[in-house]
Design a protein around this ligand. Structure first.
Ligand code: SF4
Length: 312
């Protein structure tokens, strides 16, 4: 006899079964669009990619740029922003101690064990790179002239029973009500291969804001600190309606895969950057067995009882 559909079943992952809460972030939607198996590894198998110094540096730079706006406008200088890097790093390491193992200067284990092979980059170089990214931002934007309405804003909207959600780095609201969504990227502006993914994420946020607040953002702005470029995009209603249809189609495909267990790999040039090649049958690997509650996890990542959405 077939089991309950993902529309009706309740999860048994926790002692108190509850209705599923269908939810999707732009990163996970983009994962599924790229490759259903990639989505499965991240959402169902909950396999983390290896921690990377570059990702940690991105988190640190985002944190420093966010904190900078705590200062009065006149004090938001490059030196002040650079001065936030060490304290923000210490705070991040307190929250996630394993981050320390990525940086050689912080990587001396206290239990006498050896540092893992390959772990730890040179601390001075790593902080120097973070400083360069922060300083480059000042060539692109002037924080003494900005008063963000929101920073690190969690946004969500219910669209036909599906919760769309994510984190927006910065939201600027002009006196006349125009809204600008700003996202910092610590890499370089993407080639055509990746540009669609970055814009998908920004349009996704625009859709969520439009549906939750009734206001369509005027401008989506991607700030690439790696090479000092800004990509701007002005969405319109037709754009966001098309995106909404696209997200609905992705969601239907995820639900179908959840029902059938068919999370087939889809190879592309992006496989070169995939964290899961060792587990991918297309590259000679073997995925782990699907967990018992795979169907629940596929549509409601919080079914595992862990945080519902990570910052992108
Ligand atoms: S290596 Fe390619 S095909 Fe395999 S899971 Fe990753 S993205 Fe998908």
């Amino acid at each position: 006899m077939p089991g309950p559909s993902v529309d009706t079943m309740t999860t048994t992952a926790s002692p108190t079964a509850r209705p599923l809460r269908a939810a999707l972030s732009p990163s996970r939607a983009a994962d599924f669009k790229q490759c259903p198996l990639l989505y499965r590894f991240r959402v169902i198998d909950r396999i983390e990619g290896p921690p990377s110094p570059a990702a940690a540096r991105g988190t640190l730079v985002h944190a420093a740029l966010e904190r900078l706006f705590d200062l009065p406008a006149a004090e938001r200088s490059p030196e002040a922003a650079v001065g936030l890097l060490r304290p923000e790093w210490e705070r991040l390491v307190r929250e996630e101690p394993e981050l320390a193992t990525l940086i050689a200067g912080d990587a001396v284990p206290t239990d006498g064990s050896e540092i893992a092979d390959g772990a730890g980059v040179d601390e001075a170089t790593w902080f120097g790179d973070a400083e360069a990214l922060v300083r480059r931002w000042f060539t692109l934007e002037d924080p003494t002239c900005l008063e963000p309405a929101e920073r690190e804003l969690y946004v969500e909207a219910d669209v036909d029973g599906l919760t769309l959600r994510g984190y927006v780095d910065r939201l600027d609201v002009a006196p006349d009500g125009r809204v600008r969504v700003v996202d910092y990227k610590t890499g370089r502006a993407p080639s055509e291969l990746f540009e669609g993914k970055a814009l998908f994420q920004m349009k996704f946020y625009a859709l969520v804001l439009w549906r939750s607040r009734g206001v369509m953002p005027t401008l989506l702005q991607l700030v690439y600190l790696g090479d000092g470029q800004i990509v701007r995009y002005a969405p319109d209603e037709a754009d966001l309606r098309a995106l909404e249809r696209n997200v609905a189609a992705v969601w239907q495909a995820i639900r179908r895969a959840a029902e059938t267990g068919d999370w087939r790999p889809r190879t592309s040039r992006l496989c070169d950057w995939c964290d899961f090649r060792d587990l991918c049958p297309e590259w000679g690997g073997t995925p782990p067995p699907l967990p018992d509650n795979a169907r629940a996890l596929a549509v409601d990542p919080s079914a595992a009882g862990e945080p519902e959405v990570a910052q992108d």
